[in-house]
Design a binder for this molecule. Structure first.
Ligand SMILES: Nc1nc2c(ncn2[C@@H]2O[C@H](COP(=O)(O)OP(=O)(O)O)[C@@H](O)[C@H]2O)c(=O)[nH]1
Ligand SMILES: [Mg+2]
Length: 359
């Protein structure tokens, strides 16, 4: 109580922790007020890099986040953490021995940790996660780390929320390998085999390496141990390289006029609307449509799109969407190239572009 919406907006924009904490609570219970606050914070949005981490319960995500948090703070960046699974608190890297010294993360005010209860029936990202991340962004954190428990649905939700998605893959997963084949590998930017100090870790790496070549843009695999510190430095390095390139891409986009891009995104929005009108089912109920960030240094002007099957969807819907996308693109004078279509795996990757014209 006591803080008006105006106070909250000013406080969050100034990076004040009490205001941020209250705005986050508001986002959990009053989406309308949160939306109001966020609309007024619009000029402060879009600066952070969101690191998502997902994977099965007990994979070691929270422990890894604690270790990564300290490492990221050590680079001088400010970091906020949103744990959507509050069952295992982010410890600040309590597992690590003296290999990495764990200070008191909050000591100099560059870190902020918040848990939020899981409400989705599938145990996925709550609908409040997006506005909560946006509030952390508006408060000026360089990085926002979001941990979610991996169920099929939440993995896709977190993929949409994150700029960089880490998928944690613990040793001894066995049958759950199937779940990974069903699309999450395709969504991951970095695959992390956790608990590499354990006996089954080498096998887990092997299993991933065996599957990875099936995908054209398979993500790199990092084996890490929060217990011994093995692989952590390499993981952080890979992550920071992504943070840097995406920052440059954003800068580039805002400084250099690229006439093709915005209108292509508008075309894509029109395609989404048309898909809904023309198909006999709601394509976005059963499928996830995700635009990929342009690859670092890519000269390609087109939009990359990943369509994957959600738990409620099926391969027929994917096939129908593939067909409809091709027809729509042709009608709109766009080129649509299917780069990968894996009906069994439930994933399709497309490139939408404007055909080259001689002028
Ligand atoms: N041996 C080993 N155990 C780990 C490691 N990281 C986490 N654990 C343990 O695995 C269990 C689950 O960890 P937690 O981080 O809560 O997993 P989460 O459910 O994915 O967030 C805990 O008992 C941790 O102590 C690791 O690198 N090596
Ligand atoms: Mg956890």
């Amino acid at each position: 109580m006591g803080l008006s919406l105006d106070d909250l907006v000013l406080g969050v924009a100034a990076g004040e922790r009490p205001a941020l904490a209250r705005a986050l609570s508001l986002a959990e219970r009053d989406p309308t007020s949160a939306a109001e606050i966020l609309s007024r914070l619009a000029p402060h949005l879009g600066r952070t890099h969101v690191i998502g981490i997902t994977g099965p319960p007990g994979a070691g995500k929270s422990t890894l986040v604690g270790v990564m948090l300290q490492q990221l703070l050590d680079t001088g960046r400010s970091v906020a953490v949103l744990a959507v699974d509050p069952s295992s608190p982010v410890t600040g890297g309590a597992l690590l021995g003296d290999r990495f010294r764990i200070g008191e993360p909050a000591a100099d005010g560059r870190s902020f940790i918040r848990s939020t209860a899981t409400r989705g029936s599938l145990g996925g990202v709550t609908s409040a996660a997006r506005p909560m991340v946006d509030l952390m962004d508006a408060a000026g954190f360089d990085l926002v780390v979001v941990e979610t428990v991996g169920t099929g649905q939440s993995e896709i939700d977190i993929a949409e929320l994150a700029d960089s998605l880490l998928v944690a893959f613990p040793p001894g997963l066995g049958d759950e390998m199937q779940a990974i084949k069903a699309g999450i590998l395709e969504l991951a930017d970095l695959l992390v085999v956790t608990k590499s100090d354990m006996a089954g870790a080498a096998l887990a790496c092997q299993a991933l390496r065996a599957v990875a070549p099936l995908w054209r843009n398979a993500p790199p695999i990092h084996a890490v141990s929060a217990l011994t510190g093995e692989g952590i430095a390499g993981l952080i390095e890979a992550l920071l390289a992504r943070v840097e390139t995406s920052r440059q891409t954003v800068r580039h986009a805002s400084h250099v006029a690229e006439p093709a891009r915005p209108s292509l995104v508008e075309d894509y929005e029109q395609i989404r609307r048309e898909l809904r009108l023309r198909l006999p089912f709601d394509p976005e109920a059963g499928l996830s449509l995700r635009l990929l960030q342009p690859e670092p240094g890519a000269r390609m002007s087109g939009l990359q799109l990943v369509v994957s099957v959600r738990p409620d969807g099926n391969a027929f819907q994917l096939g129908a969407v593939a067909g409809a996308l091709i027809v729509l693109a042709a009608e709109m004078d766009l080129s649509c190239t299917v780069r990968d279509l894996d009906l069994a795996g439930g994933v399709m990757r497309l490139l939408l572009d404007r055909p080259a014209r001689d002028t």
